[in-house]
Design a protein around this ligand. Structure first.
Ligand code: BGC
Length: 743
């Protein structure tokens, strides 16, 4: 039972407010003697269902109170305790404040003293649902402690191109991996009285012209590639809110698009939470409300003109505007009631009424980043790190008598550079205050000291220095970064560092490809560390001894990197995104990306990411799903058995190496030719840790959906009969077991 202290305080505040404050919102709330005894009694019994409580509350609200719930309170954006926005509660009705904050790598925006976790792409790269849930639940705990009850994440747009400036916030290029990751993270966040928010819905797969671009995507591609993560968030994780995006879809803004906001979301998937707009993504009153938008948000006060930065001029869901739409007959009163209900129902369900937050100076200033939370961040950073190369087992570094000299090279390795390289730019960027990022230089230095190794550091933008330091060292760790950010796409696959304060990023003019080339040429035992949000080109790859991709690793990046280098933990990550050889390998026509004349067409259809590489027989630099650990594995004994709805695939995995290690067996299905699907698609995976010599039989279930394609003609999922190829391996290209299955 959750009849909390907060509930009692609210009841007290409610009683006092009803007695002492004759505001417009109060008028009509106190209805007779019963109401003044406990005005909220009808909806504050936690043992009642959320639906009943929501109905009772909406029935008791005045029109003013209802309209108040549908738009942002002032001051908007960061001016309200560093949050992204809020809706003031209505104490006389026991409605708590709704306090919304970014985002996916921790409690961000202008919040201070929170933990910055590895970014979304890194979370996906762990392929570890338990760990993802733990990251989510730690973020949820910090949000609640900060007086926040809506976390504006996770972001789950698909990495359609490597250039999207926000890929680092998302879960990669595959809908199955993205769905699984999204569900785990949401479950974690919502294990606290905090709602998660599935964003950016939908087809918001680039930052170029993000406020206006009109995206054309065929129905089958929508259903099979871009919508599944949102669908899973609704159906499997019961996400409390969904954020409609800035862009247009098929000519209509996402936040006034009935097909998106009502068709898929509510009619098809049964969503019963609320749709909140992205900040400044609303362009109308009645059409947006009719389409399915419930809550308008904006970064700026009403009246700020529409620009490529602000989006719309806002505000459109003001009380007068909505009331006028009702009075004119453009909007039914029942829809207003439904909007309010959509907001309060998940608030009841997830405990926001029973454990209300109290935003203010105290939670704003409090340090919520505990040692346990930092330990989660450290483990996550190591488990997300993808090792792409490890020549002659250069890693892990083993003890050497007399110690070794390690040259650490790169701006991104020092405390100033690392403060910028552990997180991408934009609304998800954690303030990093107080400054407690553990840089690679600090992490490596303290680990080296414990082991009798010596560390020398050069900043490295002068290649002569980089070369000399590398040549004189036993082992080199060269750290480089690329500063991707919300608001702009990446120009190419190069390494372009930046310093960001939220969306405002300043390029740092440091040449890093030459630095890496100088180091790798001078010393074959060079480990290249790439603090990036998305794929980068690697012209120096043949000379590198080892390559690690920790993505944006969060506050504990340096410690986690040292853990990986010295083998305290393995590099546990596998690629959630294909790494192309270079920009020319997978070109887009301008009308496909970034669009021409404000329109963009997803002509590649289902051939996104590895699906395109497989269909065209193109060999990428590193394939989807790839990543090395510190041991080796063997696979055998594939068994494929049909079940009632789908199939069960099992096989034996054995650790054939000399140390304990994790493996991520991946299951890909190939549909019969006439299904018209890409050559193979991820439909199952797990992550398990085995001791040297240990074997385990792994069993993965395939449901009906795994064998289904979206039939546009029949407007539903249909199973395509025929023979399916089953392949199991350690990446989309390293498939060691193959079988067949008739459906
Ligand atoms: C971003 C959202 C974010 C919102 C609030 C927008 O610009 O697109 O992802 O949640 O701002 O900060």
């Amino acid at each position: 039972m959750r009849r909390s202290r907060g509930r009692q305080i609210l009841a007290l505040v409610a009683a006092l407010t009803v007695v002492g404050t004759p505001t417009a919102l109060v008028a009509g709330a106190a209805d007779g003697a019963a109401a003044s005894a406990d005005p909220c009694a009808a909806w504050m019994d936690p043992s009642d269902s959320a639906a009943r409580r929501a109905d009772a509350l909406v029935a008791a609200m005045t029109q003013d109170q209802k309209l108040h719930m549908l738009t942002f309170g002032d001051p908007p954006w960061f001016a309200y305790w560093g949050t992204a926005g809020h809706v003031d509660g209505i104490p006389e009705l026991c409605i708590p404040d709704l306090v919304l904050s970014d985002a996916g790598s921790g409690v961000a925006g202008l919040q201070i003293a929170t933990t910055v976790f590895p970014s979304g792409v890194a979370q996906a790269a762990t392929w570890d649902r338990g760990l993802q849930r733990r990251i989510g639940s730690t973020i949820g705990a910090e949000a609640f402690a900060k007086g926040i009850n809506v976390m504006l994440g996770p972001g789950m747009n698909i990495a359609r191109t490597p250039y999207n400036g926000r890929n680092f916030e998302y879960f990669g290029e595959d809908p199955y991996l993205a769905s699984r990751t999204a569900v785990s993270v949401i479950e974690g966040i919502q294990s606290h009285p905090v709602l998660a928010d599935a964003k950016h819905y939908a087809f918001n797969n680039q930052e170029t012209d993000r406020m206006t671009v009109d995206v054309r995507v065929d129905e089958r591609t929508r259903r099979e590639i871009y919508l599944p993560a949102f669908e899973a968030a609704v159906k499997k994780a019961d996400v409390g809110s969904v954020m409609c995006s800035y862009n247009r879809v098929g000519g209509t803004y996402a936040c006034e698009n009935p097909e998106l906001l009502t068709g898929y979301l509510r009619d098809d998937w049964g969503f019963d939470g609320f749709v909140v707009s992205d900040w400044g993504a609303v362009h109308s009153t009645a059409p947006s409300a009719r389409a399915g938008l419930d809550l308008e948000m904006h970064a700026f006060a009403a009246g700020v003109p529409a620009t490529p930065v602000t989006g719309s001029a806002g505000r459109y869901f003001g009380a007068d505007q909505l009331q006028a739409a009702v009075d004119d007959g453009q909007l039914r009163q029942a829809r207003i009631d439904g909007m309010v209900r959509n907001i309060v129902r998940p608030m009841f369900e997830h405990g926001l009424f029973d454990d209300p937050v109290s935003p203010g100076a105290e939670p704003f200033l409090s340090d919520v980043s505990t040692p346990e939370h930092l330990a989660v961040a450290r483990r996550a950073a190591a488990d997300a790190t993808v090792m792409l190369k490890n020549r002659d087992r250069l890693l892990p570094l083993r003890p050497v008598e007399g110690g070794r000299t390690i040259a650490v090279i790169g701006w991104a390795a020092n405390p100033v550079g690392a403060a910028n390289a552990v997180s991408g730019g934009g609304s998800s960027h954690g303030s990093g205050l107080p400054p407690r990022v553990v840089s690679p230089l600090e992490g490596i230095t303290s680990a080296a000291l414990e082991r009798g190794d010596r560390v020398v550091y050069v900043e490295g933008s002068n290649v002569v220095d980089a070369r000399a330091a590398a040549a004189a060292a036993d082992v080199v760790v060269v750290v480089a970064t690329d500063g991707s950010s919300e608001g702009t796409d990446r120009a190419d696959l190069g390494l372009r560092p930046a310093a960001c304060l939220t969306v405002f990023c300043q390029a740092i003019p440091i040449e890093q490809e030459d630095m890496i080339a100088a180091a790798t040429a001078a010393n074959p035992d060079t480990v290249v560390v790439l603090d990036v949000g998305a794929p980068v080109r690697m012209p120096w790859l043949p000379d590198a001894g080892a390559v690690l991709v920790p993505w944006y690793g969060g506050l504990q990046h340096g410690n986690a990197l040292a853990d990986v280098l010295y083998g305290v933990r393995e590099p546990g990550g596998r690629l959630p995104q294909t790494f192309p050889v270079d920009e020319a390998q997978h070109p887009f026509k301008p009308e496909e990306y970034p669009g021409v004349g404000g329109k963009e067409s997803y002509d590649e259809g289902l051939l996104v990411g590895y699906r395109w590489y497989d269909a065209t027989g193109t060999r990428p630099l590193f394939p989807f799903g790839y990543g090395l650990g510190y041991t080796t594995f063997g696979f055998r004994d594939l068994a494929v058995r049909p079940t009632a709805g789908g199939a069960r695939v099992s096989f034996v995995v054995r650790n054939t190496g000399r140390r304990t290690g994790a493996v991520v067996p991946q299951l890909y299905l190939s549909a019969p030719k006439r299904a018209g699907e890409p050559p193979r698609q991820l439909k199952g995976f797990t992550k398990l840790t085995l001791k040297p010599g240990e074997s385990r039989r792994v069993s993965l279930a395939l449901d009906r959906r795994a064998f289904s394609v979206w039939s546009t003609r029949r407007d539903r999922w249909v199973v395509v009969p025929g023979t399916y190829g089953v392949a199991v391996g350690t990446s989309s290209r390293d498939l060691v077991l193959r079988g067949r299955l008739a459906r």
